[in-house]
Write a protein that binds this ligand. Structure first.
Ligand SMILES: *Cc1c(COP(=O)(O)O)cnc(C)c1O
Length: 420
């Protein structure tokens, strides 16, 4: 059987140990009620069927008990966020006390920079990947301004070499060494949202620390997508959203990592609120902030239980499937997509995501040679859900929990027709 045979794809599906997880998601449908080809889990993950029950349980608790829901078993609201420490830690390769689920991503980036971007007149620069997600850029620019620096001077954006689409690791390390004593913070994406390039976070962390800078990662496109070992790699902090690969629903509650070496330190400034205090004394309502031991000390407000219920239902699937099995399937699925898509000739497009499996996750970014918007339009007319990002890229991301090899095959067929 050839790679390009439909039967080959179907065989891969039959051999897929995770194939049954698809049934545990709502798959969007077209006007005729047939499932669409959803390849947009990098933007908004699909809804796990378990979300309804998880939400319903908290709505009922609220209806039945009112304020007493804060302490009613199971899953009292008072400590609801603590449910996530273990599963989130396993998603990002951290210790449970290094992780907390709170707020949204950009909010958390700011809260973490309050603690970990402490510029001085000599050491004040932030290195960020060129073409970072705009919110991250706005966040670092405004942080620089808050501290009295000019963003044009303080923010160093590192772009790929002329004629190249992705960054070379050696160039990242060279830029860090070049900025040296002036560098206060390296803030990089784990996976770039536009190119799908996965960075070597361990090596970037090491390079940053070597020059005395702190290092943080935005894992919006990495969490739930690629293998992560945050504790071992040792960045100072990380933040990520949960509505992309982690399927927690629009605006879902975000995650934060603070490395163990910073936990319990009294000399790190922080914006503080009552939810960051030690839960055993919180309701004494004392006048002094008593931080909890872990990353939870960065929490401000009581936890939004309803969106967290959706996240709970979703993370249960990740735990059940196991991160290793997910990554294995993901590498096969995207590898298959890569082989098929790059077999389409005629220079209609270029896949700008790195070809090496260890330098990417689920997503492939297809740079159209002609009118990318028109190509995207054609794909949408064929019931493919993927997205278009300016200037000219179509992003497709088969995810291991709910996408199939047959869907990848069908996408390839549709793409081939759409470019011809
Ligand atoms: C999706 C994404 C965001 C979105 O930020 P929110 O605060 O969740 O709206 C920010 N940064 C990156 C890198 C992203 O991929």
């Amino acid at each position: 059987m050839k790679l390009t045979d439909l039967d080959y794809a179907r065989q891969l599906d039959r051999e897929d140990p995770l194939r049954d997880f698809r049934q545990r998601f709502h798959i969007p449908t077209n006007a005729a009620g047939e499932p669409v080809l959803y390849l947009c889990g990098n933007s908004l993950g699909l809804q796990p069927r378990g979300v309804t029950d998880a939400l319903q349980a908290e709505l009922e608790k609220w209806a039945r008990l009112g304020v007493d829901g804060h302490f009613a078993e199971p899953n009292p609201w008072y400590s609801y966020h603590e449910i996530f420490n273990e599963p989130m830690a396993s998603v990002v390769g951290a210790r449970p006390e290094e992780v907390v689920v709170m707020n949204s991503l950009t909010t958390n980036l700011h809260l973490l920079m309050v603690s970990f971007y402490r510029p001085t007149p000599q050491r004040y620069k932030i290195l960020i990947e060129g073409g970072a997600f705009p919110s991250d850029l706005y966040a670092v620019q405004s942080q620089a301004r808050v501290h009295g620096f000019e963003p044009d001077d303080a923010i160093v954006e590192l772009f790929p070499r002329q004629g190249e689409k992705t960054l070379r690791q050696e160039d990242i390390e060279a830029a860090i060494a070049r900025e040296g004593d002036a560098l206060a913070l390296v803030l990089f994406g784990g996976v770039n949202y536009y190119t799908g390039q996965l960075f070597d976070m361990g090596a970037i962390t090491e390079a940053g620390h070597r020059v005395g800078a702190l290092v943080g990662f935005d894992l919006a496109h990495a969490a739930g997508n690629v293998p992560l070992k945050l504790h071992q790699w040792g960045p100072d902090f990380a933040a990520w959203c949960s509505y992309k690969y982690l399927n927690s629903g629009p605006g879902g509650v975000a995650g934060v990592f603070v490395h163990e070496r910073h936990l319990g330190r009294a000399d790190i400034p922080r914006f503080e609120g009552w939810w960051g205090t030690d839960p055993s004394t919180r309701f004494e309502m004392g006048p002094r902030f008593q931080p909890q031991a872990g990353a939870g000390a960065w929490q401000l407000s009581n936890a939004p239980v309803l969106p967290m219920a959706a996240l709970k239902a979703s993370l249960e699937l990740f735990c059940e499937a196991g991160m290793q099995a997910l990554h294995q399937k993901s590498a096969r699925l995207t590898g298959y997509l890569h082989e098929l898509v790059t077999s389409i000739g005629a220079g209609a497009f270029e896949v700008i995501t790195p070809a090496e499996p260890e330098a990417r996750g689920c997503q492939l970014s297809i740079l159209a040679s002609g009118d990318g918007e028109l190509l995207h339009q054609r794909l949408m007319e064929a019931d493919v859900i993927c997205d278009y990002r300016r200037p000219n890229v179509i992003r497709v991301a088969p995810t291991p929990l709910y996408n199939t090899f047959e869907e990848v095959w069908r996408f390839w067929k549709i793409l081939e027709e759409s470019v011809s």
